[in-house]
Design a protein around this ligand. Sequence first.
Ligand code: NDP
Ligand code: MG
Length: 389
Amino acid sequence: MRQKQLAVIGSTGSIGVQTLDIVSEYPELFRASVLAGGSNVDLLEKQAIAHRPDKVVIADESGYTRLRDSLTPLGITVEAGSKAVAEAAVSVPGVDTAVIATVGYSGLEPTLKAIEHNKAIALANKETLVVAGELVTGCLAKSESTIMPIDSEHSAIYQSLVGESHDSIRRLLITASGGPFRDKSVKEMEHVTVKDALAHPNWSMGAKITIDSATMLNKAFEIIEARWLFDVPADKINAVVHPQSIIHSMVEFVDGSIKAQLGLPDMRLPIRYALGCAHRLPTKRKGLTIADYAKLEFFEPDFEKFPLLKLAYYSLEKGGNVACVVNAANEIAVAAFLKGEIPFLDIRRIIDKSLEAMPFISSPTYEDYVATNAETRKYAASLISKPTH
Ligand code: NDP
Ligand code: MG
């Protein structure tokens, strides 16, 4: 395999940092030609000095001058602003793969640009497919671009589907750890703190997805993501609670067989597989010792305790801009929860109220998604200062 040039969009986050670990593990296979981050100037600068990309982009324009002064003498082009982030993967000649690892709605534009320019995409940012799965897959069908999932469940499904025909799928089984509140009652969830919600039992991830795991909206998002990635209808996708997070997901076939992918809960595994384009890259890192896991458990999810899980099916059935509303309201609510401005259970209340308030658009254009996202954020933010119950 010749050396691939990567644009890592969101390089300063949890997935971004682990992507650069993989670049360092296989220097002959990968080079980070572009690094883009949100606002963490210190880390972006450190990454640029270590990886010597051609270009560095920072979304937060206040970080521009410092990066320009320190990186321009090294021959690195520095740009700032959200437009520069959106174009980062397509503005440097020779980039093969865009790794989309920003959080939230900010992943949509760079993904659409990468598709427009026929780039291979390694997609961590599930919100892109949640917000605009129909638009994204429609554009993908008209392009030579491909999407390799980084999300561990989708990587597991992808791996389980190798060599199988689409007709033979009976059901996708997406595993969920259940998050830190799996055994808490709704009453107990009323009083949980930010620290409690950030204490994920198995995975170390960015703050936003960790809160989404605690509400289980993350699992709803993954059902939506799977619907678009694998073209399987919602009624054939189930979540199953598996507290050990060793089976990353499964596919049940029409003959009753189930295939699963197992591994340690380490995102470098699906990142390695996505960057290797489904080739298995040998690693010296520790793998799974199966005898350490004498007990693997599985449970039906509790939709009453985690009602946000139902939003996967509701959003896919309604279609249009519904999932975009859910995502935007959730981003505002999660940010407010993390700042201590609202209690945990207000996240779901803000999403519900936003769904009631926002106008439905059945066949949204790109501009409709942009407007839905902006208007929902504004509406959800207006609820933060008022009690929702
Ligand atoms: P983090 O919060 O750790 O990192 C987010 C990254 O996005 C940071 O580099 C941040 O920059 C950057 N960023 C934020 N806003 C913008 C913006 N407007 N423009 C450009 N860059 C921006 O998140 P994670 O790495 O945990 O998650 C990234 C994505 O991957 C999410 O969509 C998540 O759902 C998905 N994912 C994550 C997993 C994980 O294990 N972490 C597992 C599966 C999926 P900065 O920090 O510099 O501000
Ligand atoms: Mg996942």
